[in-house]
Design a protein around this ligand. Sequence first.
Ligand code: ATP
Length: 302
Amino acid sequence: MPIIDVKNLHKRYGDKVVLDDVSFSVEEGEIFGILGPNGAGKTTTVECVEGLRVPDGGTISVLGLDPRRDRAELRENLGAQLQESALPGRLGAGEALRLYASFYRESADPDELLEMLGIADQRDTQFRRLSGGQKQRLSIALALVGRPRVAVLDELTTGLDPQARRTTWDLIERVRDSGVTIVLVTHFMDEAERLCDRLALVDGGRIAALDTPGGLVARARLEQRLTFRAPHDLDEQVLSALPEVTAVHRTGTQVRITGQGNLVYAVTSVLARDHVVAEDLRVERSSLDDAFVTLTGNGLRP
Ligand SMILES: Nc1ncnc2c1ncn2[C@@H]1O[C@H](COP(=O)(O)OP(=O)(O)OP(=O)(O)O)[C@@H](O)[C@H]1O
């Protein structure tokens, strides 16, 4: 049984339709990504799941609870990352965690959480004096302090430097391994590809596609490209005849092959059979970025 089940969600602000028949389910123990450009409806979707916004239509079940009707019960089991502005600047990091821990029937040990998130040294630092990365970690700690079964993390690594992003990703994997189901809202392809077991691509208030990152790339049926340097006597006909190959281009010793399916295996098998040494062999794999453009007709960047 899914831990989150969203069916036919509709939401409009005035005349503007923001969610148009959004349906998806999240299985226990997965990292489920909601990926899309600015204004796609990602935050509106998760805030409906959290019971913070009221949908105009559709049904939502989280751990068998109705987010609006059973809000108090849901709060005990669902952790949400806080917006930065939600904390007073003079509150210490440890103090904030202890305060939030007191809101729950059962809570995690604040000191252990600070340790796990690598901000134990900042225990007594006021919120306003924390760096962007430390604030981010504290907001994750606050989402986890109630020992939730589900955590919703929105724009997890926005504003972090590359090193801090990677550390945060490792951390999220550890949180998932500890048994927490995670819903991750992001507009970063690399983040989604690295972390998510399954992903919903949201565009203009609709789910354009839902699959594993690899499944989305495969579904877009994008061409793969293989380049290498080959001796002049390479028989191009043999390669063109392969069912996986759509085109062979040659400029001097440089060969570029495009195709689909198991292209790399098909081409390299023939080359090995004919004792052709392919130098500087490179495979250009289609990315989730390309898949998004193909599946939605739009890019993620504004
Ligand atoms: N309270 C509101 N009143 C009116 N319009 C709103 C409100 N909240 C969001 N919107 C509009 O709804 C649309 C979806 O917003 P939402 O915040 O869900 O998108 P998002 O995908 O999370 O975007 P971002 O990546 O920029 O956070 C946007 O066009 C936004 O301007």
